[in-house]
Write a protein that binds this ligand. Sequence first.
Ligand code: AMP
Ligand code: ZN
Ligand code: FE
Ligand code: FE
Length: 286
Amino acid sequence: MRIDLHTHSNASDGTDDPAQLVRVAAEAGLDVVALTDHDTTAGWAEAEQARPKGLRLVRGAELSCVCPDGHGNSISVHLLAYLFDPDHPSVLVEQSRLRVERRERLVKMVTRMSEDGYPVDPETFLDRLPADLPAGRPHLARALVEEGVVSSVNEAFVKLLNNGSRYYIPRADTPVEQAIAMITDAGGVCVFAHPFARRRGRVVAPSVVADLAAIGLVGVEMDHPDHEPADRELIRGLAAELGLLATGSSDYHGTNKTTPIGAETTDPEVFDRLVAKATAVPVLGC
Ligand code: AMP
Ligand code: ZN
Ligand code: FE
Ligand code: FE
């Protein structure tokens, strides 16, 4: 039984479309795959349609949240949300707030660039983006490539859109406490994604995991490509102490990252306990 609980399609920043992703999962010999695109459930329907017989599909998302870091500051974290009702009112309200916030923030970035003479127009920039899309820097990067300002999306990030740039404005993400309450209300379960991925930057203090466990977090990602062996052991201990489920997953992004699908997996017993806590949306293929 091979279970990968964290993958991205091109509904966010992966390269496989959701139909390809479920085929790739089956070809890699997975029995269960979770589709967890960043801040969207837009890939669910296509993955459902294309799901090969014999592959079980967990519908989920990876939510960008702001969280206390346990040292008196705040930090951006990722929360894996599984098997929640995407039409629950608290989910819909927060999604529309985020969409508006993201669009306003992009317009502010575009305004600053336009004032400095870049060929982007704050009046019309949003017109080209579908209203239901979580708009972000990748869209601005593509516009800069189209205008010939830079030759690639990556160059746009490196030169103009990285978080040290004068054009960068942070997003107003969901507070993690609110995200856990919202997903729990919507019948789903939350797992803290790669909490100690130190190679990506600062991470939370271990006490934060305990604080989140106390307000409804059910699991913590342990086996993840960005976790060092010592941190996996730290998480194993924390999970045992706090009664959290310790999962494993590849964080597959197609060709945008080198990790193959199924490179890290979740124990079947842990998976069964996770599913037993969800009440809204079934695992498909059971
Ligand atoms: P935003 O949500 O608007 O802050 O944009 C964040 C997204 O930008 C992330 O999901 C990444 O996929 C993407 N991103 C960040 N750095 C790069 C890069 N160097 N090249 C391409 N995409 C990037
Ligand atoms: Zn990603
Ligand atoms: Fe993540
Ligand atoms: Fe991810």
